[in-house]
Design a protein around this ligand. Sequence first.
Ligand code: PMV
Length: 327
Amino acid sequence: MQSRAPKKPRLPETRVYTASAPGKVILFGEHAVVFGRPAIAVPVTQVRASVTVASAAEGNGLTIVATDVDRILRLCEAPQDDPLAAVARLTLERLGQNEPNAVLSIQSTVPIASGMGSGAAVSAAISRGLAQFLGATLSPDHISSIVFEIERFHHGTPSGIDNTVIAFEHPVFFVPGRQIEVLVPAKSFTLLIADTGLRSTTRAVVEQVRAAWQMDRSRYERLFDRIGTIATTARSAIELGAIQQLGPLMDENHRLLQDLNVSSTDLDRLVDAARGAGAAGAKMSGAGKGGNMIALAHVPDLQRVTRALSDAGATRVLATVVEARQK
Ligand code: PMV
């Protein structure tokens, strides 16, 4: 008699999906953009938030694992105002789907609270990953609007620039309340991004600017106007490939941010060091009072400027190329 091979038990197939979103830096216009002026931001693809979504056994619901910040939470038990749970809930609501049985794991190399959009990148990656797991696609517009809702948790009154640049993953010229405009650089240029190592809370700095604006509206409106004009001029320079114009515009934007009282001695020291080592221009980037600064450097000067930034105390210096594209 022939012996039959024993039947292997059938395990349910594990489905695994991955998704990610980049960090960002603001090139021109931070703070003034909260008051309706234009701003320019570019994605920074070297730092990313990534998620893996793997199917789990029936009845388990959605578990979110954020190892970087030491958190594990079950969606059904998470408080309403938890930002990680909120982005999952909002995504499910937009997709008209029930909570899946899955484990969503998050990792991020975007530095936290330093002006590189870490919160927005994590939210965008969660939303994308969850949609993929459920067999749906969310357009950059949809991702952007979900992330914007979550940014409100973090920042109170976000302008919308972070969610936009991170969801579209292109340089953007952003004016609050207007259709997004993707910027098409005619020439590539390299930015160095240097971290002061000091964390700062966007919400607190934005509130400080608002309080100062309430005390002296006409002075602050004038400063915002000048910053807005710089962003508009920079936009043309980028689109025409007139990169030599960008350095002086960055320097002027930094001076105006100092006037808004959002820079700091550490940021100023890095800005001075970059300029002293031959950077074409430099400024703080993001909310300020810590976080990162950016410097525009031509290729032959990159190493010297990087060294000068490290010598001046930068805890990390990253180079990113804003690539030229065809119209
Ligand atoms: O520090 P960040 O990357 O969150 O940038 C904040 C930019 C601000 O203009 C200060 C605030 C905003 O919502 O646009």
